[in-house]
Write a protein that binds this ligand. Sequence first.
Ligand code: C5P
Length: 308
Amino acid sequence: MIDSIIESVATVEQAPAKLNLALHVRARRADGYHDLETLFAFARDGDTIAVAPAASASLTIAGPFATGLGAGPDNLVARAAVAFCTAFAPAAAHAITLTKRLPVASGIGGGSADAAATLRALARLHGVPADDGRLVAIAVALGADVPACLYGRACFGSGRGDSLVPLDGLGEMPALLVNPGVAVSTAAVFARWDGVDRGRLGEGDTLARAIAGRNDLQPPAEAIAPVIARAVALLAAQPGVVLVRMSGSGATCFALFGDAAARDAADRAVAATEPGWWRLRRGAIDNMMRKEGTGRSHRAARLGAVAA
Ligand code: C5P
């Protein structure tokens, strides 16, 4: 009864899995980050954030990956809520529920997607426009991937990955995501990058650029977690595969397919070979949350300008 009342007043936002179709690391920076070039795309599924006005602030974590994730003030969702309220609603408090379906520390957004979904939900609840520059500034301060997750559709990222330009996405291209069950620290993977600039991302349509590109974090991530190489090899062996790569700093790897039947067959084959691995079998698409519109590129251009 109480649950259904809370649900009926909650503002719900999806926090879809983020993919880096390619990720070129170009240089170490003085601020501890790296300059990179990346192609962001988003899967259809992911975590969910539900936000409701409350007498005092709280964060509840549910779902298959809830264990092991702290709900304290360090959680990016809690930090996003504090930053939002400081800027827009100092007297407000919210009961937030995070339903965690994506593996933690896995290269597909996770905390960044959750933080971005929290900002979107709070913005909707308090009537703040989704493209408000202050919202984007909060996203930038929360983490390098948060602005892309706030935007939530295919884009080219440079700088720390937070200077964004919109891209045509992959449409409904069938995708399979696989995680071999290891959590990898983003900072540790970046720290093992060999410092060699292997060049910029090329031109062309998004898929062609992705195929011609690389993930420069894949070798250092494989050095930390060798099972990643096995996940890539297993996906690459599947019939009909168009592109296989690790996403972000790993360990989640993705495969893109020309048709859904090939993707479904690959899903069954991976499940049979590695029944313990986590899999997400949904299409990688450019935008699952907002309707296409002519205003979009203006908003995206502003987003890039603010985040640059
Ligand atoms: O910004 P975020 O907290 O998500 O980044 C986590 C860590 O990943 C950073 O502390 C940094 O070590 C590394 N990182 C990086 N260069 C980037 C993005 C992240 O070195 N462009």
